[in-house]
Structure formats: structure tokens, C-alpha cells
Design a protein around this ligand. Structure first.
Ligand code: DAH
Length: 336
């Protein structure tokens, strides 16, 4: 018969050396398994004298229970240790800001274009697009700009092969729409790129953006034009800007006007951002309409110029250069 106290000390020292669940399992099998120590000890029971058997079996049961509870406690301790280790090693600070992709932003020209479109949509205009490669008829003749007009000079217009040109203004879209639309009212808005063969400086570029509008119906008057331009300017530039109307000359409108705007800050200069007027009778005639029956107004917004003013960009060219530093700066500011 083996000494249970000695076995208990042995068990205890093997438990002390256990570092993992796997090792603990081995100890469990060694003591409690089918061929384990406890099984053997119970098997030895029959060899024990009757007088000692009760005491022996009590000791043995107590030892077995001791093993079971120690194994359980050790398992708990090991699991906790493992959890603590993982918490320490795999800890993530959930309050740290995540790594995000850089957010893009609309180009300031697109922003103002969309802004203008939104205002015009409120007034029932619809968007139309026009080609950038045009005929002289759409760019000049039908707009009442005759052959000898200086605007046709080689200096101003980019001429292409086959008597085509790069449109020098978005007013070409007026002609295209008037040619095709015979039903009234006609209310169109058309933003886009235009080209001029000009010496580039801070306010002039060979390619820039304009925004054309045309409203034709029976009984459209100059007062409608004025009211609408006021509405557009106020909606886009808000109250921090002054505006004024002034007389202008365009061959395709009669009378013609311009709108200047000026920031309300000290020493701000007036800049013309809109050209407009009542559609010239000849324009109606050239496009197959009767100027006796219908009237209308047209306007062209200088989108690039509006953006430079709204964002206080000194050199218009920087809007077109794609320098990320400039654009990040513009995107951060709320314009106007
Ligand atoms: N096309 C003119 C320009 O490029 C702007 C303009 C003036 C457009 C009068 C119009 C208009 O529609 O009626 O400067």
C-alpha cells in the first residue's frame, strides 16, 4: 500500500510545474485516467486489512477530491493567465482615430457650376450641353457677329482644319437650342469650357469656363432679365457682395447689360462677371423664329472669374494647374 501523503506531495509538485492546459491534461490522465494512479489505488483496496479499509477508502476519496479540485483550480488559473496575456498583447486602443483615405472634393469650378445650375433649376431651367468644336455659324454668324467683326481675328479664335473652331463662348448653345426647339418656353442652362487665343495673364487664359442661360417665350421683358440676374447673384454670392448693372454692347443682344460684383471688404474692385441682354431680333431670324411673336433674354456667367473672386484666388491659372496644395486649401475653405 502506498503512502497517500507522499503521493499528495508528488501530485502537488507536478502541478506546480504545469504551465499549459496540455501539461495539465497529462497530469489529469496520470492521476485520474483509466490506468491512472487513483484507479490503481482503488484496485489495491482488496489487499488492505478489513480494519483499515474504511480509513483507507476515506483517505483515498479525499485525495481524489483534492486532485479534482486542484486540477479545476489550476485550469481556471491557466485560462485566466492566457486571457490576461492576450488582453495585454492584443490590446487595441479603440479611441485612437482610424486610418482613413483622404477625402476628395469637387473642383471649385464644378462647385460654382453646380451652384448656378441649382439656382436655375429652381427657376425651371433645364441643362443642355454643347460641343466645344464649333462652326463659325454657331459661334459668330447666327449670333449677329458679321464677317469683319474683330472677334473673329486670328488672335482671338483658335481655328481648326475644315473651317471649324474651338468655341470662344458658350453663346453657341443658344443657337443650337433655338435651331432645334420650336416649342415655348425655352429655358436652358449650359455650362462649359471655352477657348480664346489670348496672351495669358492673371485674369486671362486660353481656356476657361462660362455658363450660358437662355429664356425665350412670348412677352419676356427686360425687367424679367434684371430680376433673374439679381436672384442668381444673390443666391450665389449672398450678402457679402455688392453688385451693379451697367450698359454693355454685344451684337447678339439689344439692349445689352453687364453685371459687376464687388466684395464688401475695403478697397474691393468692381469686376464684371455677367454679360446679358435681350436676344437680338436677328438671332431669332437666323434660327427660324419670328421676332415679332417671341422675345427672350440671354446671359453668360464668367464661371472662372466668379471662382477666382469667390475664393480670392489671385491667379486664375492656378484653378487649372491641378496643384494639390492649392486645391487642398480651396477645398478646406467654404467658398464666398
Ligand atoms: N458671350 C459673352 C462673352 O463671352 C457673354 C454673354 C453676353 C453671353 C451677353 C450672353 C449675352 O448670353 O446675352 O463675354
Amino acid at each position: 500500500m502506498r503512502n497517500i501523503n507522499a503521493l499528495q506531495t508528488e501530485f502537488f509538485s507536478s502541478i506546480e510545474q504545469v504551465n499549459s492546459i496540455e501539461q495539465l491534461e497529462k497530469v489529469r490522465v496520470f492521476y485520474l485516467g483509466k490506468k491512472g494512479v487513483i484507479k490503481d489505488l482503488f484496485a489495491e483496496m482488496k489487499l488492505i486489512q478489513d480494519s483499515e479499509r474504511v480509513t483507507y477508502s476515506q483517505q483515498l476519496n479525499a485525495f481524489k477530491q483534492y486532485i479534482e479540485s486542484t486540477l479545476q483550480a489550476t485550469e481556471c488559473a491557466l485560462k485566466k493567465k492566457e486571457t490576461d496575456r492576450r488582453i495585454k498583447e492584443e490590446w487595441v486602443d479603440l479611441s485612437l482615430p482610424g486610418t482613413t483615405n483622404q477625402r476628395g472634393a469637387l473642383h471649385p469650378l464644378t462647385q460654382i457650376e453646380r451652384n448656378c445650375l441649382d439656382v436655375l433649376y429652381m427657376l425651371g431651367f433645364k441643362f443642355v450641353d454643347g460641343p466645344e468644336v464649333e462652326t463659325p455659324f454657331h459661334n459668330f454668324d447666327a449670333l449677329n457677329i458679321p464677317e469683319h467683326h474683330p472677334a473673329r481675328d486670328m488672335q482671338d479664335t483658335f481655328w481648326l482644319d475644315n473651317q471649324l473652331l474651338l468655341r470662344s463662348h458658350t453663346s453657341t448653345v443658344q443657337i443650337r437650342v433655338l435651331e432645334n426647339e420650336k416649342e415655348l418656353p425655352i429655358k436652358i442652362a449650359s455650362p462649359g469650357r471655352v477657348y480664346r487665343n489670348e496672351a495669358v495673364d492673371a485674369t486671362h487664359l486660353a481656356c476657361f469656363h462660362q455658363f450660358e442661360g437662355l429664356w425665350v417665350d412670348e412677352g419676356v421683358k427686360f425687367s424679367h432679365l434684371k430680376g433673374m440676374l439679381e436672384f442668381i447673384i444673390k443666391n450665389i454670392f449672398g450678402n457679402d457682395w455688392d453688385y451693379r448693372f451697367k450698359p454693355k454692347f454685344y451684337p447678339y443682344t439689344e439692349p445689352s447689360i453687364g453685371v459687376d460684383i464687388r466684395s464688401k471688404t475695403k478697397d474691393a474692385k468692381w469686376i464684371t462677371v455677367v454679360g446679358a441682354g435681350m436676344v437680338h431680333p436677328n438671332v431669332f431670324k437666323f434660327t427660324g423664329h419670328d421676332p415679332e411673336k417671341i422675345s427672350g433674354f440671354a446671359f453668360g456667367l464668367g464661371v472662372s472669374r466668379m471662382v477666382t473672386m469667390a475664393h480670392k484666388v489671385e491667379n486664375m491659372k492656378s484653378l487649372y494647374e491641378g496643384d494639390l496644395r492649392v486645391h487642398q486649401n480651396l477645398a478646406r475653405k467654404k467658398y464666398i
